[in-house]
Design a protein around this ligand. Structure first.
Ligand code: ADP
Ligand code: ZN
Length: 441
C-alpha cells in the first residue's frame, strides 16, 4: 500500500483540521440535545441531570454532564418513547439482531438515511471500492442493518450491487461466478464457511474475480483476517457498526488496515471504564460510548455499546482526521470466567487460528464438572489430517492444548472435527455455548 492508493470520498469531511471537526461536533451535539429533549425519555432523563435546553451545553466538556443511555433504556422506551420527530417524518425503522436480548428499534427520517448513506459510501471508498466494482452483499436484508446499510452506500458509490442477502451458499457462488463479483460484504464466519464449501461446489478460487471482502458484525481476530485473506487471495477490511448508531458505517478500516476510523463528524466517541464509568485516555482499553451527531429521528446520547476497544493515539498514514479504534475485543458481557481466570473468546480464537492445522470453524463449550468449570474447545481440521493416523490427531490436540495453556492459562478439553461438522449460523456466529447454571443474585 502506498499513498497513491488512498481514495477519499469526501475530502472536506475526511481531511478537515481537528479544530474544525471539534467545532462541528459541539454545534451538532447541541442540535442533538435539542432533538433529544423532544422525546419522552430524554426530556425526563436530561431534566434530572439539570439539562433543560441545548444552551446548557457550552463546550464538549459538558458532555460528561449528560447521563449515559443503555440498551435497557431503549428497550424500556419501546416502541415510541425515543422518537424525536412526528411519525409522518419517519421513513424507515431498523432493529438490532437481538444477540443479547429483546431487539432495540431505531427510526430514520429521509435526512437520517441520506447521512447514513454518505457514511457507508465514504467507508467503502476508504477501502478502495469504486464504481467499477461488482459488490455482492451477503448480509441479511430486513430489520438487520447489514443488508440495506451498505446497499445504499454501494449504490451511491456507483458500484454494481447484487443484493444477494445471507445464506444459500450455492447461489452465492453462482452469482459470484456469473457476474464476476469483485467485492463481498459478509460476516467473517460466513466467509470461512464459503471457503469450506468451495470444494463441494467443484470451484477453485482462481475461477472467482474476488478482490476484497468487507467483514464485520461480529468479533474476529487478526489471525482470522489473515486466514481469509490467504485462502481467497484477497484483502479483508474490518467494518464496525451497531444498529443503535445506524448500523455499518460507524468505523471502517482504510487501505492501511491499522484500526478502524470512527467517523467523528457523525458520532462523538468516548472510551470509558465499564466499572467506574470514568472517561479513559486514548490508548486505554475500555467500553466504547457513542453520541449521534447527525440523527434527528432517534438521537442517542452517550450510548454504552458494551463493546471493548481502545483508540489508537497516533495518526493514520492516510491523513484522515478521524481517530481509529482497535479491532473489537468482544462485548463486556462476552467475558468468561473459567475457574477464576477471565478470558474473552477472542483470545482463544487468536491462539488457535494461528495454527496452520486448524480449519475454518470452532466452538467453545463451557460447563460444570463437579465444582469446577470445564471448557471444551472444538475445532475443525483439514480433511486430509482427519483421515490420517490418530496419533497425528492426538498430537494436534496436545499442541492446541499446550498453546492455550501457555498463552492464556486455560487447560481445555480439545475436540477435533471434520470440516463442515461444526454448526454455522447464517447471521452472527455463535461461538460460545455456556451451559453452566446461572448463579442467583
Ligand atoms: P446486536 O447488538 O443485537 O448484536 P447489532 O446488529 O446492532 O445487534 O450488532 C451490533 C454489534 O455487533 C456491535 O455492538 C458489536 O458487538 C458487534 N460488531 C459489529 N461489527 C463488529 C466488528 N467489526 N467487530 C466486532 N464486533 C462487531
Ligand atoms: Zn487511515
Amino acid at each position: 500500500m502506498s499513498r497513491s492508493d488512498i481514495r477519499y470520498w469526501n475530502r472536506k469531511a475526511e481531511l478537515m483540521p481537528r479544530e474544525e471537526l471539534l467545532k462541528g461536533q459541539l454545534r451538532d451535539l447541541k442540535t442533538t440535545v435539542k432533538m433529544a429533549l423532544k422525546t419522552a425519555f430524554y426530556s425526563k432523563r436530561l431534566a434530572e441531570a439539570g439539562i433543560t435546553s441545548p444552551e446548557d451545553i457550552t463546550s464538549l466538556k459538558d458532555l460528561t454532564k449528560i447521563p449515559f443511555t443503555t440498551k435497557d433504556d431503549l428497550r424500556s422506551s419501546y416502541p415510541y418513547g425515543m422518537l424525536a420527530v412526528p411519525k409522518e417524518e419517519v421513513i424507515r425503522l431498523h432493529a438490532s439482531s437481538g444477540t443479547t436480548g429483546i431487539p432495540t428499534v431505531i427510526y430514520h427520517t429521509e435526512e437520517d438515511i441520506e447521512n447514513w448513506t454518505e457514511l457507508t459510501a465514504r467507508s467503502m471508498a476508504a477501502t478502495g471500492v469504486t464504481r467499477a466494482d461488482v459488490f455482492q452483499n451477503m448480509m441479511s436484508y430486513g430489520l438487520f442493518t447489514g443488508g440495506l446499510g451498505l446497499h445504499y452506500g454501494a449504490e451511491r458509490l456507483g458500484a454494481l450491487v447484487i443484493p444477494a442477502g445471507a445464506g444459500n451458499t450455492k447461489r452465492q457462488f453462482k452469482l459470484m461466478r456469473d457476474f464476476q463479483t469483485t467485492v463481498v460484504h459478509a460476516t467473517p464466519s460466513y466467509l470461512l464457511h464459503l471457503y469450506s464449501k468451495l470444494e463441494e461446489e467443484e470451484l477453485r478460487v482462481s475461477e472467482l474475480s474476488l478482490k476484497k471482502a468487507l467483514a464485520g458484525a461480529e468479533p474476529y481476530s487478526e489471525n482470522i483476517r489473515k486466514k481469509i485473506e490467504n485462502l481467497f487471495g484477497i484483502d479483508v477490511y474490518n467494518s464496525y457498526g451497531l444498529s443503535e448508531m445506524n448500523g455499518p458505517g460507524v468505523a471502517f478500516e482504510c487501505v492501511f488496515k491499522s484500526g478502524m476510523h470512527v467517523w467523528e463528524d457523525a458520532f462523538l466517541l468516548e472510551v470509558i471504564d465499564p466499572h467506574t464509568l470514568k472517561p479513559l485516555y486514548d490508548g486505554d482499553e475500555g467500553e466504547l460510548v457513542f453520541t449521534t451527531l447527525k440523527r434527528s429521528a432517534t438521537p442517542l446520547l452517550r450510548y454504552r455499546t458494551r463493546d471493548l476497544s481502545r483508540v489508537f493515539p497516533d495518526d493514520c498514514i492516510c491523513g484522515r482526521v478521524h481517530r481509529r479504534i482497535e479491532r473489537i475485543k468482544g462485548r463486556t458481557d462476552d467475558m468468561l470466567i473459567i475457574n477464576g481466570v477471565n478470558i474473552f473468546p477472542s483470545q482463544i480464537e487468536e491462539v488457535i487460528m494461528k495454527m496452520p492445522e486448524v480449519g475454518t470453524n470452532y466452538q467453545i463449550v463451557v460447563e460444570k464438572a463437579g465444582a469446577l468449570d470445564r471448557i471444551t474447545v472444538k475445532t475443525e481440521v483439514g480433511a486430509k489430517i482427519f483421515s490420517d493416523d490418530t496419533r497425528d490427531l492426538n498430537k494436534i490436540k496436545e499442541k492446541i492444548k499446550n498453546n492455550l495453556r501457555a498463552s492464556i492459562s486455560i487447560s481445555p478439553v480439545v475436540e477435533l472435527h471434520e470440516p463442515g461438522m461444526l454448526p454455522v449460523s447464517e447471521g452472527k456466529a455463535v461461538r460460545v455455548i455456556d451451559v453452566r447454571p446461572r448463579e442467583r443474585d
